[in-house]
Design a protein around this ligand. Structure first.
Ligand SMILES: Cc1cc2nc3c(=O)[nH]c(=O)nc-3n(C[C@H](O)[C@H](O)[C@H](O)COP(=O)(O)OP(=O)(O)OC[C@H]3O[C@@H](n4cnc5c(N)ncnc54)[C@H](O)[C@@H]3O)c2cc1C
Length: 569
């Protein structure tokens, strides 16, 4: 109809409005999480865990998600000076971050690991809640991970005074008492090679230890405390000469405690997380343990934060897929919803398989951690935990970056927009492979973790996981997995202790082979269990599809040719 008048509003834009993707209860809707918990927890444990999971699932798909979208443009603000010229270095956090802190304390997202209501399975419950919480709270998992790591590290240190002062706060369920912790290792001179750290620690009688230096990436800088590295005067060079120190960020009057927040980093993602450059200018500090071997001492923090990272990376994949599936049901192209288009189905299936594999790998490490902390891990399981912690972190992080990127494409142009909330998902996911150790640095760490036992603990565990498999397709898959592990073992035996350069050049492919083989074995075990218990073929589909994308990444790569390419130009 042409009335001759200009057209406004909907009609002027063409009339069609696409329904946005919606989320339901993120626990109720998550078949993978529910299937895993049903297999892993006893009936009694499952029943006692369910109310908290239901509650968190409802919030994650409801109020928190809505608030996250509404606060898209908000960021933390650093106020360095007050009106009278006092240095205050106060940071105003976003409302969702303040709410997340309170919720995390009340729901015991750190506390559960220390209250241990489910014994060694308490870590499973804690991380299941964290997995639901993380994608709806703008990476609030970061301070929780560091807080958890700090609590475990202080407990392991045996330093009674610090344990009594900080651990009850780090593990509190009372938001008014709850403290979070930072971990300040990275300096401008080195993040991977933290042994280069330039921060100095000086002892003055009557005053105690004070730190001088600059920490280059200090996340969650609103935390009340931090564990950090500094070199006591006269200390040896390298990581051995560093000591781990405990620092409180504010003095009794609430002023910055001998430090200045120089600025907040202008980051690609994790933009609600205040990551600061901090000048330490005589910061009072307490050595946590010995005045040396700080890098080794702080590795307890890293083992916990890397586990959090693996779970968070997995949670981001799950969130992306939940949105992409919801959208595929609504969005029509060429006469049918995307969810009915064969190639779109194939694309989503591939992503789902990667996510399911990541899920089982991450939660297997969680289980091992729970066993270890409750004194129920055999020596071999301890070795497995040491190997799989870096392997799971690096494998799931790479998967998350790739899966979330493909999720954005599944939305077409809408996936590239800020106000759909999807762009932030990708920008945040990108950090998983960088902080807590990059992919390469963790691949090298995995080599160190293997040690003289070789891959025997992993091969035996895979044999155990695959022992129960009977379905024909899974039996064939088991043979492939074991073949991949045998090749990895042969590669290890060929190079370890002989050719360090060859070992390092292939380390990423090797670590990813271990990650993908272990994930495939875990998926196969879950698949057989699901067939036996409720005739569900979806985990079987995930296992086969995941394996089809490749398990063994080791191949013939000539390091000399690699050098030609890397040096090009
Ligand atoms: C958002 C964000 C928050 C952060 N928060 C914190 C924090 O709270 N506390 C903290 O301490 N740090 C934090 N970091 C720092 C982070 O941990 C480091 O950036 C990271 O460990 C890498 O260190 P780097 O930046 O110095 O890079 P480099 O160490 O310079 O690495 C550069 C590249 O070299 C590669 N590389 C290095 N060594 C080797 C090797 N031997 N072989 C092969 N490749 C190698 C790396 O893989 C990487 O690709 C944060 C970083 C980000 C992005």
């Amino acid at each position: 109809m042409d009335s001759g008048r200009p057209m406004f509003g909907r009609a002027a834009l063409g009339g069609f409005i696409q329904a946005p993707p919606r989320l339901g209860n993120q626990y109720a809707d998550d078949r993978v999480l529910r299937g895993y918990l049903a297999r892993t927890l006893s009936e009694e444990e499952g029943a006692s865990a369910a109310p908290a999971l239901e509650r968190m699932g409802a919030l994650a798909g409801g109020e928190l998600y809505a608030q996250q979208l509404a606060e898209r443009d908000l960021e933390p603000v650093l106020e360095q000076w007050d009106a009278w010229g006092n240095r205050v270095d106060r940071i105003a956090l976003t409302p969702l971050w303040r709410r997340a802190e309170e919720l995390a304390a009340r729901e015991g997202l750190v506390a559960l690991a220390y209250e241990t209501p489910l014994g060694r399975q308490s870590r499973v419950l804690q991380f299941a809640l964290a997995y639901l919480f993380t994608p709806s709270t703008d990476v609030y998992a970061c301070p929780l991970a560091m807080t958890d790591g700090a609590a475990r590290t202080l407990l392991a240190s045996g330093n009674r005074a610090l344990i009594e002062r900080a651990v009850p706060r780090l593990t509190s369920r009372d938001p008014a008492r709850f403290w979070t912790s930072g971990q300040w290792m990275t300096e401008a001179i080195g993040g991977s090679d933290v042994g280069l750290a330039e921060t100095a620690a000086r002892f003055t009688p009557g005053e105690g230890w004070r730190l001088e230096g600059r920490k280059w990436f200090a996340s969650a800088i609103t935390s009340q405390m931090a564990l950090t590295l500094a070199r006591p005067e006269g200390g040896a060079p390298g990581g051995k000469g560093l000591a781990m120190f405990y620092v409180e960020t504010r003095d009794d009057a609430g002023r910055p405690n001998g430090l200045r927040i120089e600025r907040l980093k202008d980051k690609l993602g994790t933009r609600k997380l205040p990551t600061a450059e901090v000048a330490l200018e005589g910061t009072p500090a307490i050595p946590v343990g010995e005045l040396a071997n700080g890098v080794r001492a702080i590795s307890t923090v890293l083992n916990i934060t890397r586990t959090w990272n693996a779970v968070a990376a997995t949670a981001y994949m799950r969130r992306g897929l939940a949105l992409a599936r919801a959208y595929a049901r609504e969005r029509v192209a060429f006469g049918a919803p995307l969810s009915k288009q064969p190639l779109h189905i194939d694309t989503l299936a591939g992503l789902q398989a990667e996510f399911e594999a990541a899920f089982h790998l991450a939660f297997f490490v969680v289980e091992l951690l729970g066993r270890d902390e409750s004194g129920q891990a055999s020596e071999e399981q301890q070795a497995l935990l040491r190997i799989l912690t870096p392997v799971a972190k690096l494998t799931t992080a790479r998967q998350s970056v790739a899966v979330v990127s493909e999720v954005l494409e599944a939305f077409g142009g809408a996936g590239y927009l800020e106000d759909t909330g999807l762009a932030a998902l990708q920008r945040d996911a990108q950090v998983f492979s960088i902080w807590e150790g990059t992919t390469n640095v963790l691949a090298l760490d995995a080599l160190r973790a293997i040690g003289p036992r070789g891959l025997a603990p992993l091969a035996r565990e895979a044999g155990f996981l695959l022992g129960a498999v009977r379905e024909t397709e899974l039996v064939a898959l088991s043979a492939r997995i074991q073949g991949a592990l045998e090749m990895a073992e042969a590669w290890w035996q060929k190079h370890a202790g002989r050719d360090q350069a060859a070992l390092e050049a292939d380390a990423r492919r090797f670590a990813l082979t271990l990650g993908r083989s272990t994930a495939a074995a875990l998926l196969a075990r879950q698949a057989q269990w699901s067939l036996d218990h409720d005739k569900d073929r979806r985990p079987l589909a995930a296992a086969l599809r995941f394996a089809a994308a490749g398990i063994n990444l080791l191949g013939e790569v000539d390091p000399a040719l690699s050098r030609l390419l890397a040096d090009d130009g």
